[in-house]
Write a protein that binds this ligand. Structure first.
Ligand code: ASP
Ligand code: MG
Length: 417
């Protein structure tokens, strides 16, 4: 069936319902997932379900692989870790059938969800939807194993940790779903981490761009890649709780949000480490000389600042890498000491990146100033600043994480009444 056919006349609402690990943690939970799905079916909707592995299962499977061999064949790793989702999708289909719902399970290779061959972090290339369309028309619910696909080598692949979110959004895009509901153990996306700020508020709506920043800055509600995919294909995503029956947070296009807040959220990431090279030569090619070897070593550099040159000959270069890459980065830089000719290498792991995010920043001045003032009032020193169109990030000492996040949450009027 073509899109235009589906859009004309008797088009049924089509939804994807994705359930994370805690939502399918045991048989009782799987039964209540089935009941939740049945409600949508009874409401006359066409439904595709995507499930994660039961909570804890993927960790266990990953550990087993490592226990046998720390460096193992990535194809066999995928064979092992994809099994968690195979169990839950079969069980969910059985639970639905028990409720009288016409349902069947789909593994990645069956749909098929075709990916590239980057085992352990594969990207989805295509999803065939013709057969699914036929079955939706017959009233059948499709229950997908999230997280998995099939590669060009005809082997099982997985999409990286948290990848079921991406499976769900990709399926929603492929079947042109009206909505992709991501059921989880929190009831939506918050203005900041509620564990740090008790007055954090649930957002009714957030734009793709903001969600992307929040996800990549450490708000772990959605896998970052799922948000990229939703933004690209304009999939309406809702994050909501499977434990409570109330609306969650909608991730949508900017045009859909009438009253845009200047700032929508405060995010933080402890996964940063700061490195400074002093007295590097101030001439063309030096930045390329520093970052080239890091790139070759597959080390991602995040914030970068280069000072002006005081003496006209040398300058200081400061940048951040993730804590996981820190030791390797130091090694790479020490290894290039002779060619780079820097004076000292100063490094610091006790830093946190705190960011203020909001699409309203594009059109309003003074947002950064408010951030700097709020931090100054708490005596927090800013070490590095970086900005993008909708985000201002600062690097501060890690011990100030909570204080900084709370101060900024108040400064932008985000505290709940
Ligand atoms: N089960 C996989 C994981 O734990 C995929 C997912 O749940 O999204 O990472
Ligand atoms: Mg998840």
């Amino acid at each position: 069936m073509s899109v235009s056919e589906r859009q004309s006349g008797s088009r049924k609402t089509r939804i994807v319902m994705k359930f994370g690990g805690t939502s399918v943690a045991n048989i009782e939970r799987i039964k209540s997932v089935a009941a939740r799905v049945k409600r949508e079916v009874d409401a006359g909707h066409e439904v595709a379900v995507v499930v994660s592995a039961m909570s804890g299962v993927t960790n266990q499977l990953v550990d087993w692989c490592k226990e046998i061999a720390p460096l193992h064949d990535a194809r066999e790793y995928d064979t092992v870790v994809a099994s968690g989702e195979q169990v839950t999708c079969g069980l969910t289909a059985i639970a639905l059938q028990e409720l009288g719902v016409n349902a069947r399970s789909w593994l990645g290779w069956q749909a098929p969800i075709v990916t590239d061959d980057a085992h352990g972090k594969a990207r989805i290339v295509s999803i065939a939807s013709e057969e699914l369309d036929k079955r939706f028309a017959q009233g059948q619910v499709a229950v997908f194993a999230g997280f998995q696909g099939v590669g060009p080598d005809n082997r099982v692949t997985t999409l990286g940790r948290g990848g079921s979110d991406t499976s769900a959004v990709a399926i929603a895009a492929a079947i042109k779903a009206d909505r992709c509901d991501i059921f989880t153990d929190v009831d939506g996306v918050y203005t900041t981490d509620p564990r740090i700020v008790a007055k954090a508020q649930k957002l009714d709506k957030i734009t793709y761009e903001e969600m992307l920043e929040m996800a990549s800055l450490g708000a772990k509600v959605l896998q970052t890649r799922s948000v990229e995919m939703a933004m690209k294909h304009r999939v309406r995503v809702q994050v909501l709780s499977s434990f409570e029956d109330k609306p969650g947070t909608l991730v949508v296009d900017e045009e859909e949000i009438m009253e845009k807040e200047l700032v929508s959220g405060i995010a933080y990431s402890r996964d940063e480490a700061k490195i400074t090279l002093t007295r590097v030569a101030d001439r063309p090619g030096v930045a390329a000389g520093i970052f080239g070897p890091l790139t070759d070593a597959n080390i991602n550099v995040d914030m970068i600042v280069q000072n002006i040159s005081e003496d006209g000959a040398t300058t200081d270069m400061t940048f951040t890498v993730s804590k996981g890459d820190y030791d390797r980065a130091l090694k790479v830089l020490e290894g290039s000491r002779n060619t780079l000719e820097f004076k000292d290498l100063i490094s610091d792991k006790n830093v946190v990146k705190v960011s203020v995010i909001g699409v309203g920043m594009r059109s309003h001045a003074g947002i950064a100033q408010r951030m700097f003032k709020a931090l100054a009032e708490k005596g927090i020193n800013i070490q590095v600043i970086s900005t993008s169109e909708i985000k201002i990030s600062v690097l501060v000492a890690e011990e100030y994480t909570e204080l900084a996040v709370r101060a900024l949450h108040s400064a932008y009027g985000l505290d709940a009444a």
